[in-house]
Design a protein around this ligand. Structure first.
Ligand code: UDP
Ligand code: MN
Length: 327
C-alpha cells in the first residue's frame, strides 16, 4: 500500500515536470527529461529529439533528410577572414560554434572535430565556408577544434581521440565527423551526417585531380556513429608526425567488420588549401604492419592527455590539449 502511494507521487512529480518543462523550459529540468527520453528511445530510433519537441513547439516536424535549400556546387571563398566578425548569415551561431535549426527538428546532432595547430588562416577559411553548409543542411551541430599545446611533434590521432572524448562531455552527439582543417567542401549535397556505416566524405580532392589515390583511403573527412568509433577503439595514439594514422584507421575498420561508404565523386569534392608538408614520420610504415594486432590496446582505451583550456570562440569551441611527449 505504502509503496503504491510512493509510486503515485513519483508519477505525479514526473507529469508536473513535463508540463513545466514544455511551458517554461527550465534548464536543468529540461536536460534531465531530455536525457530520460534519450535513454528510453536511443539516438538511432529517430525519436531522439522528442525532448526538443516537448521543449519547443509540439507542431514542429523533423527536418528534411536532404533539404530543398541546398545549392549544389559552391563558390568557395578562399580569402575569407573572420577578423571583422562573422558575416550576417552566421550571426545566429552561438559562441563555441553551436547551432540548431529553428523551423524543424534536426535529425542528428553532429560534432565536427578538427585536429589543429598553427593553421589559423586555414581554420578561418574552413569555418567561414563550412558553417553555412551545415546550416543549409539543417543540422544541429558544434564545431570542435582540438589544438595541440606546445611545439613538440604533432599527433593528429591523439587530438581526434581527445575531440571525441571531450565533445561527448558537452552534449549527446549522434555523429562525429573528423575533418582536416584545410579541406573546403565544394558541394553542399555532401551531407554532414552519419549513416549506418562510417563514411569517407572526401574521396575527390582537387590536389589529386578529384580521384582517389588508392582504394583504402579514409583520410581527410570521415564520419562515424559514436558506437562505431568506440568499436574501432578510435585512432592510434602512436603516430607522431605526418602520415599513416588514416591507413591504420582503415585496418581498424576492416578488422571491426565495418564497411566504409563514400559519396559519389561528383559531390564528395573538396579544395585543399595549399601548404607545405613537414615532419614526416619515419616509423609510420613499420607501425602499419602491427595495426591488426595492436588496435584493441592502442586507442581510446589507452588515451592520456591534459586539457589545458577550453575557449568558446565565435564559430567554434577551441580545446587546447597537452598530448604528452613523443618517444
Ligand atoms: N595539422 C595541423 N597543423 C599541423 C599539421 C597538421 O593543424 O602542423 C592538421 C590539419 O587539420 C591538417 C591535418 O592535420 O589538415 C593533416 O595534416 P596535413 O594537411 O599536413 O597532411 P595532408 O593530409 O595534407 O597530407
Ligand atoms: Mn592537408
Amino acid at each position: 500500500m505504502r509503496r503504491c502511494t510512493r509510486f503515485t507521487y513519483v508519477v505525479v512529480f514526473l507529469i508536473v515536470c513535463a508540463a513545466l518543462d514544455s511551458v517554461i523550459n527550465v534548464g536543468q529540468l529540461s536536460v534531465f527529461l531530455r536525457t530520460k527520453l534519450h535513454y528510453a528511445y536511443g539516438p538511432d530510433t529517430g525519436l531522439y529529439s522528442t525532448g526538443f519537441k516537448l521543449r519547443r513547439n509540439i507542431s514542429l516536424e523533423y527536418c528534411q533528410a536532404v533539404p530543398d535549400s541546398l545549392e549544389g556546387r559552391l563558390n568557395i571563398d578562399l580569402e575569407a577572414t573572420l577578423q571583422s566578425g562573422p558575416p550576417p548569415d552566421l550571426q545566429d551561431v552561438l559562441p563555441g560554434g553551436t547551432w540548431s535549426p529553428k523551423s524543424c527538428i534536426a535529425r542528428q546532432r553532429i560534432a565536427i572535430i578538427i585536429p589543429f595547430r598553427d593553421r589559423q588562416k586555414h581554420l578561418d577559411i574552413l569555418v567561414y565556408n563550412l558553417v553555412p553548409v551545415l546550416k543549409r543542411q539543417n543540422l544541429s551541430f558544434q564545431v570542435v577544434v582540438v589544438e595541440q599545446y606546445g611545439n613538440k611533434t604533432f599527433n593528429k590521432g591523439r587530438l581526434m581521440n581527445i575531440g571525441f572524448t571531450e565533445a561527448r562531455k558537452h552534449d549527446e552527439f549522434d555523429c562525429f565527423i573528423f575533418h582536416d582543417v584545410d579541406l573546403i567542401p565544394e558541394d553542399d549535397r555532401n551531407m554532414y551526417t552519419c549513416s549506418d556505416n562510417p563514411r569517407h566524405m572526401s574521396p575527390a580532392v582537387d590536389k589529386f585531380n578529384y580521384t582517389m589515390l588508392y582504394k583504402s583511403l579514409v583520410g581527410g573527412v570521415l564520419s562515424f556513429r559514436g558506437k562505431h568509433f568506440t568499436k574501432v577503439n578510435g585512432y592510434s595514439n602512436l603516430f607522431w608526425g605526418w602520415g599513416a594514422e588514416d591507413d591504420d584507421m582503415h585496418t581498424r575498420l576492416s578488422a571491426s567488420k565495418l564497411s566504409v561508404e563514400r559519396p559519389s565523386i561528383t559531390i564528395g569534392r573538396y579544395t585543399m588549401i595549399k601548404h607545405d608538408r613537414k615532419d614526416v614520420s619515419k616509423v609510420r610504415l613499420g607501425l602499419l604492419k602491427t595495426s591488426i594486432t595492436r588496435y584493441l590496446k592502442d586507442g581510446l582505451n589507452t588515451l592520456e592527455y591534459k586539457l589545458v583550456e577550453t575557449r568558446l570562440e565565435k564559430l567554434y569551441t577551441r580545446m587546447i590539449a597537452d598530448v604528452g611527449d613523443p618517444p
